[in-house]
Design a protein around this ligand. Structure first.
Ligand code: DGJ
Length: 402
């Protein structure tokens, strides 16, 4: 079954990815050409080696692809909270499809403790009734609700780019992810194009899936780049502003246009129903038709908002681009390619997933170096970044201390 899923997944990812153009993408046929390709970061590691095999504190490979790192409060075990770095991402141990969402924590960004799969995918429908874990998480759900949950998390579904927010108002943790799969009309694995949402009282789970949703649509008077399918949500990220307002940033209109949509107070849905949403207040469309994905948004110390994106070439790397804006729902300015060293035209063979700041103020670019032939062996490339004066600068560094 797993092998069939893997084969279908590979075929799906090949025909399913929107290939805008064939990028100058190095293939991993000569791994020795990549710095750190054979290096291992284990419990003795003292530096980040971008592109190395990265092991957790139990000695297992870290599985948290398409992820996000942030410093956030987590339960301290005595009823209080402590601040720690939390890494959430896709567990790709079994390949492309049905990736559970995993969580790791760290004090120093180098050594990561695994907290397991916090949002689990579901192998068989009957497990929602018979498996003690799922019976408890989905207790109280009707048979129809369980059918719906299974339909989102079953072995043929896509669960990608999970991100987490902590909501101080109700002490709840919320995960958003790209929920996809084929439909009765189309076997393309990315035909559903929705945003999945799950909640928990703890970042360590268990997260309970609430559902999956289509989001805001191109307003009247603007040119919709894919009117056949309204409100799509694919590669995504979350951003929490200093005042607590949170946003979901995602690619829509068949990967042609990025949207930024404001979330409600609980962070579990949009600030307004798409039918009532006000353009410029509840959401904004940026770069219509530019075909960007893998968005990572942050706010610099200069108060500007920055978004880094990739082009849309499936698992192959391509050139990154940054835009900046004074207002998150305002107008965005093209700031060009943030990468400056050899490999800059393909983002050092990575795709963006997060820009975060360390406790000491260092910005970090977090990218995935996908290995489409063995997605579980995709590597993490983290690099120190500079963000200021409307620019993001990401030089290459083969080894560095955060
Ligand atoms: C590019 C996206 O950024 C990834 O998350 C994944 O969906 C691949 N496409 C699949 O081809």
């Amino acid at each position: 079954m797993r092998r069939m899923v893997l084969v279908m997944g590979l075929i799906g990812s090949m025909i399913g990815s929107t290939i805008q153009f064939i990028a100058e993408a190095p293939r991993r046929t000569q791994p020795q050409l990549y710095e750190n390709e054979t290096a291992v970061m284990d419990t003795g590691a003292e530096e980040i080696l971008p592109g190395a095999v990265w092991l957790d504190t139990d000695g297992n490979r870290i599985q948290a692809h398409g992820g996000q790192v942030q410093r956030m409060p987590v339960p301290d075990g005595t009823g209080g909270k402590r601040m720690v770095y939390v890494w959430v991402g896709e567990n790709k141990t079994w390949g492309h499809l049905s990736n559970p969402v995993s969580v790791y924590t760290s004090e120093d960004l180098i050594h990561w403790e695994c907290h397991g799969d916090v949002l689990r995918t579901i192998a068989e429908r009957e497990m929602l009734d018979t498996d003690p874990y799922f019976s408890e998480v989905y207790a109280g759900c009707s048979a129809e609700e369980k059918d719906r949950i299974y339909d989102i998390l079953h072995p043929w579904r896509v669960v990608e780019r999970p991100k987490m927010l902590y909501n101080e108002k109700n002490d709840q943790y919320v995960i958003w992810f790209h929920s996809d799969g084929s439909t009765e009309f189309n076997e393309y694995l990315y035909d559903i194009g929705m945003a999945g949402v799950a909640v928990s009282d703890s970042p360590f789970g268990p997260f309970r899936l609430l559902g999956r949703y289509r989001l805001n649509e191109c307003p009247k008077g603007q040119i919709d780049c894919f009117p056949a399918s309204k409100g799509e949500a694919r590669d995504m990220n979350l951003f929490q502003d200093a005042d607590g307002t949170a946003y979901v940033i995602y690619t829509s209109e068949n990967n042609k246009t990025i949207y930024i949509s404001k979330l409600n107070e609980d962070y579990t849905g949009l600030s307004a129903d798409p039918a009532d949403a006000v353009y410029g207040e509840d959401y904004v469309r940026i770069f219509p038709g530019a075909m960007r994905e893998a968005p990572a948004l942050c706010r610099g110390e200069d108060g500007r908002y920055y978004i880094m994106t990739s082009s849309t070439t499936g698992w192959m790397s391509n050139q990154a681009r940054v835009w900046s804006a004074e207002e998150i729902l305002g107008s965005w300015r093209n700031e060009g390619n943030p990468c400056v060293d050899k490999g800059a035209s393909v983002t050092y063979d990575t795709q963006s997933t997060c820009l975060f700041q360390t406790e000491t103020g260092q910005w970090v670019y977090m990218g995935d170096r996908w290995n489409s032939m063995n997605l579980a062996d995709s590597r993490y490339v983290w690099l120190p970044a500079e963000i200021r004066d409307g620019k993001v600068l990401i030089p290459w560094k083969g080894a560095w201390k955060p």
